[in-house]
Design a protein around this ligand. Structure first.
Ligand SMILES: [Zn+2]
Length: 313
């Protein structure tokens, strides 16, 4: 081991937005979001039940969230701001289109529009949407809900579409690093170590500073409902883009006795070398052997606060 002070470096996205990403937003994200919004509108007009509206908002959020994540992934977007703007834009286009087509879907068969196409197109104008909304508030929607109650229904609908868009986006968009040298995404994070230690162990501080060896000094927490997962995300084509993440995962019981799953990041995307990865993999094997031995010798007196691995020469 060298005596030099290690300096850890962490992945930060470069902020690059290639032209492809802009093209995908215009040619894929906007049109599909608009169509999805109109299909959603058709769904709730033809099945006008509040309960089904909820299912519809799950479906619409799911489509927009996944679509936005795919566009950013394929478009190689390394700007967090651009990804947020993309998913927000998809959501707004879908929601606006749902309102834009709503009047046409609901009343075109009942009114004598001189030019049905023009009537449909006009429905997309902001002032037409606003006046259509006030007509509904005044006279009630298909289910006969009027006034303030209707506005509440709309707000819940808006909130649930936004919520499901966000959660499906986050599921697909896993925030993995991008290898600038190879111009491609790293592989998704793989589990490297599962440690029965606390995420608050003081030894993490020196691990975070780049002293990976300090992992061996972490104290084993027996019977703890917390563990720390160490994961690795690597570029499939080169040795320059390996990033380590450590997060505490576990169940915590609150005052009401409800178990709640919690995840705390200890550090995210610390740059590591192939040699360091080999060391961590060796450590993982060592720990597996140690656990097997522990399981073979039950009822040993508890020795809390034992280091993960005893000091070695
Ligand atoms: Zn690479």
């Amino acid at each position: 081991m060298s005596a030099a002070t290690p300096r850890s470096t962490f992945y930060t996205p470069s902020g690059m937005v290639p032209p492809t990403a802009w093209i995908l937003v215009v040619t894929i994200l906007i049109p599909i979001s608009a169509i999805a919004g109109m299909l959603y509108s058709a769904g709730i007009v033809h099945v006008p039940m509040v309960k089904l509206r909820w299912i519809g908002s799950v479906g619409l959020g799911w489509v927009i969230g996944i679509l936005a994540a795919k566009v950013c992934r394929v478009g190689k977007v390394r700007s967090p701001l651009f990804t947020i703007a993309t998913v927000t834009l998809g959501f707004l286009v879908a929601y606006y289109s749902a309102w834009g087509i709503h009047r046409t879907l609901l009343v075109l068969g009942k009114v004598n529009a001189a030019n049905p196409a023009m009537f449909a197109l006009q429905g997309f104008l902001p002032n037409e949407i606003a006046s259509w909304m006030s007509v509904l508030v005044k006279n009630g929607n298909a289910e006969g809900i009027t006034g303030f109650a209707l506005i509440v229904v709309w707000l819940i609908e808006l909130g649930s579409i936004a919520y499901f868009t966000k959660s499906s986006f986050e599921t697909v968009w896993d925030d993995r690093p991008f290898c600038e040298a190879c111009d491609q995404w790293n592989d998704p994070a793989e589990s490297l170590l599962q440690l029965p230690v606390s995420p608050d162990d003081p030894a993490w501080q020196s691990v975070r500073e780049g002293w990976l060896d300090s992992i061996r000094k972490l104290k084993i927490k027996e019977n703890a409902n917390e563990t720390v997962a160490v994961t690795l995300s690597s570029c499939p084509h080169c040795d320059r883009s390996h990033f380590l993440t450590a997060s505490g995962i576990g169940w915590q019981t609150n005052a009401a006795g409800e178990a709640k799953f919690i995840e705390t990041k200890i550090f995210q995307f610390m740059s590591v070398t192939p040699a360091q990865i080999t060391e961590l993999k060796n450590l993982s094997e060592l720990l597996d052997e140690a656990y097997q031995e522990l399981n073979e010798e039950p009822d040993e007196p508890d020795e809390p606060d034992e280091p993960l691995v005893s000091e070695q020469a």
